[in-house]
Design a protein around this ligand. Sequence first.
Ligand code: SDX
Length: 432
Amino acid sequence: MNQADVDVAKLIVGDQEIELPIIEGTEQERSLDIGKLRATTGLVTLDDGYVNTGSTRSAVTFLDGERGVLRYRGYGIEELASQCDFVEVAYLLIHGELPSSEELQNFRMKLRRHTMLHEDMRLFYDGFPRDAHPMAILSSVVGALSTFYQDSLDPHDSGQVYESIVRLVAKLPTIAAFAHKKSVGQPFVYPRNNLTYCENFLRMMFSVPSEEYECDPDFVEALNLLLIVHADHEQNCSTSTVRMVGSSNANLFASIAAGISALWGPLHGGANEACVAMLEQIRQDGGNVQKYVKMAKDKNSDYRLMGFGHRVYKNFDPRATIIKASCDKLLKKRGINDPIFEIAQQLEEVALNDEYFVERKLYPNVDFYSGIIYRAIGIPVQMFTVLFAIGRLPGWISHWREMHASATKRICRPRQVYTGDNQRAITPIDQR
Ligand code: SDX
């Protein structure tokens, strides 16, 4: 494209006028390339929370917050959730294309051969307190994978990277289920290679040596859908963390461990746990949803409706729509009458008709209904964000690889605006 075809923005700084190229993505979203800004003007940009700042080009996921569109590698989330299973979607995100049946079978078999942990890793669990939060265990044990698999740490060796990818996707459910077993004082259950990804996880979570365990197909179906809709979400907080840590050439295990920690926050992946706690509190408080909506609107309180609002979705979160339908179907089919589902629906109804929420375009997000499905399956509330991490792992991996494959890859190191003291001399301590 010659210079004349490049769209530009003009910036006037004092008596200087510069042109900054406007680049356009494949979905016609436009951005200002400020790559030359500091060199030509000495200026840096300031954008708290990166509300207006793109950190990278990416071909993994496209989302349109106004139209409620979410696509992984060009495929709509609705089609993926209804036509694929999670391992297939993980393959799509990581490899960039949907697998043939042979490629998928090979991927499944590869994963099944890496589901066990090194026996010495079990000793970590002896050291955690019984009430340790499973997200702390998850990030600790995932980080420690780098000590047991020192043969696959080089981020520039594609064979080693792929070995680490398979190990992570295969072992995360095992690490998670072991954390749950530790918390309930039951013996750890080893993975079985004859089970599917979701069947294996549920069996490691809930089976006990004293009786046979039958996987409930309804729960397997619901879990599979939840993992798919959590699998990626472009440059969210935890994915940006994985990219940031990976940009220093830290190994994949260390980068994913950092992403798990970022996801734990209640403003991010921790919202599903916080949302169910909020719904439970409303239930115990007589189901008075108006009272909690009022609290959320009160600018003097920092109370927020967990599971509501989103940085990007300003219309509706397509995942919330999918999850709500799955939740409704599962509860009806199993005849489960979960009072907090009723409360969630009432809360949604009240909030969506309240000016405060409408004006700020606050809608239920991915975390609003997911916890109710997890509860129906029997997942303890402290494990909800762990399930989010299992779902998001293929997304984190695909972004980490894309960052390393980028011709413009460099260490992420933002600038700042200094607002501290100007230079001053040290006062000797006996005069302070
Ligand atoms: C996830 O980025 C991603 O893609 C994340 C995620 C993913 O898949 O990776 O989608 C997963 O993290 C979903 C979000 C889960 N978090 C929650 O449900 C926590 C509750 N929601 C919020 O805290 C908030 O909505 C965020 C964190 C999600 C978004 O924060 P923003 O974009 O920084 O918005 P903001 O805090 O600037 O809020 C804008 C206004 C403020 O009011 P004013 O100052 O304009 O008067 O909306 C208000 C906020 O007070 N507001 C809320 C609210 N969320 C925003 N008020 C009440 N309840 C809420 N939930």
